[in-house]
Design a protein around this ligand. Structure first.
Ligand code: GDP
Ligand code: IMO
Ligand code: MG
Length: 430
């Protein structure tokens, strides 16, 4: 039995990670986010009320569990404080149950400004980012000019870094883009206010999580985004700027690979993508719209309509390999209820040739045509079913087909939005 379980996205995000993490938190002691920022939107339903978490781990709704925001995150303190307020307004207590890594990087107001200009300049080639400043914050991290959470504790260091960054960036904003410049003192004062409020939560999350593992506690790692949005393994450049894949857990939480027991990949029973970039199994036209409406496929962060398509085994085989998945979690099975014939993509056709491995070159991927296999659907409702044997035969067949094709067992199935709309075929924690 595992002590450390990773739950991550295998597609282009929005697979239902938040719901799954919330459901599994009951069995865990700690929940840890390891990458991304408030580009994520993780929806959790409690007592018929929907809560969308962007930065705080989806385990936070379980009062007695410890939630960590790891060093791999980029944190907009304003957005974090707003999220914290939303939770406390709902009666969720936040004190010792939330810790923020000193090494996480801060999203600054100028990150949002520069991203807005750069996306606009790209025109048709825009990435379609969430405009939350994620990319520019990670750029600064890699350029070694980023401002970290720990800097909030040292005002002189903070001011000096803001000043150095703005000296370089202000002329770019005003002269290249004709945009507004930022004032060091103004930004500094704003961030000192955040510092005061966040101080009690800042900690050495790497030490906390490793001590917890050593003590035999059960740790759940919550991925944001998905494998195909990974900076290395996704559809570059139409990706996010972090590592949502399994390797990101180690660097983003400060946990060695030998400490990770189980890696579960969340697979939506079909595929969605929000933002630009290639999507071979996309269904254009009325049927794609129908799936969007059935599945409520609108962005949890930006409200944008999600592009919808069939399940893609070429992409999923890539996700299985890159992440070393030990199990699958199939979500939103109920959205496929009543569809007469389902399709799954088994290969791509490119210039008359069959391709079975996910292409690295974007110009090839963009021209790939999906090759489909048809599978008979089911007419009965699966919504809310908790017992595998009560699923319609064809739904079980669809799940078995996924399991056989990918060579990874389906451990969990989600049949609705609510916490209890879940079939757990394998328990991962003791
Ligand atoms: P995440 O980013 O991976 O956490 O996923 P999102 O929260 O962005 O999007 C998933 C959406 O599907 C949310 O509205 C969830 O409430 C909903 N959802 C999750 N699991 C299921 C499911 O099994 N069935 C249905 N119908 N909806 C689900
Ligand atoms: P969760 O955790 C779906 C997409 C954006 C854009 C690209 C880059 O809810 O699954 P960014 O703002 O990260 O620089 O945008 O990545 N994107 C997501 N799509 N779910 C997400 O998170 C996403 N986070 C970013 O739409 O295409
Ligand atoms: Mg989401």
């Amino acid at each position: 039995m595992a002590k450390t379980v990773v739950v991550l996205g295998t597609q282009w995000g929005d697979e239902g990670k938040g719901k799954i993490v919330d459901s599994l938190t009951e069995r865990a002691d700690l929940v840890v986010r390891f990458q991304g920022g408030n580009n994520a939107g993780h929806t959790v339903m409690v007592d018929d009320k929907e809560i969308i978490l962007h930065l705080i781990p989806s385990g936070i709704l379980h009062e007695d569990k410890l939630c960590l925001m790891g060093n791999g995150l980029v944190i907009n303190p304003k957005a974090l404080l707003e999220e914290m307020k939303e939770l406390t307004d709902r009666g969720i207590r936040l004190n010792n149950n939330l810790k923020i890594s000193k090494n996480a990087h801060l999203i600054m107001p100028y990150h949002l400004a520069i991203e807005k200009e750069k996306e606009a300049q790209k025109g048709k080639k825009k990435i379609g980012t969430t405009l939350r400043g994620i990319g520019p914050a990670y750029v600064d991290k890699m350029a070694r000019i980023g401002i970290r959470v720990v800097d909030l504790l040292y005002p002189d260091v903070l001011r000096e870094k803001i000043e150095a960054n703005l000296t370089e960036l202000n002329p770019v904003l005003s002269k290249v883009y004709g945009a507004r410049e930022f004032d060091t003192e103004e930004v500094f004062r704003e961030y000192m206010e955040y510092a005061e409020k966040l101080m009690p939560f800042i900690d050495d999350t790497d030490i906390i999580v490793n001590e917890a593992i050593d003590e035999g506690k059960k740790v759940l790692f919550e991925g944001a985004q998905g494998t195909l949005l990974d900076i290395d393994h996704g559809t570059y450049p139409y990706v996010t700027s972090s590592s949502p894949t399994a390797g990101g857990v180690c660097t983003g939480a400060g946990v060695g690979p030998t400490k990770i027991n189980t890696i579960l990949g969340v697979v939506k029973a079909y595929t969605t993508r929000v933002g630009s970039g290639p999507f071979p199994t996309e269904i254009k036209g009325p049927f794609g719209d129908e799936i969007r409406e059935r599945g409520g496929e609108y962005g949890a962060t930006t409200g944008r309509p999600r592009r919808c398509g069939w399940l893609d085994f070429v992409a999923l085989r890539h996700a299985v390999r890159i992440n070393g998945l030990t199990g699958l979690i199939i979500t939103k099975l109920d959205v496929l209820d009543g569809i007469e014939t389902l399709r799954v993509c088994t290969a791509y056709r490119y210039e008359g040739e069959l391709i079975t491995e996910f292409p690295k070159a974007l110009n090839i991927l963009e021209q790939c045509e999906p090759v489909y296999e048809e599978i008979e659907g089911w007419t009965e409702s699966t919504r809310g079913i908790n017992d595998f044997n009560k699923l319609p035969e064809n739904a079980r067949r669809y799940l078995k087909h996924i399991e056989d094709t990918l060579g990874v067992p389906v451990d969990i199935i989600s049949t609705g939005k609510k916490r209890d709309d879940i079939i757990i075929l394998k328990e991962h924690f003791e």
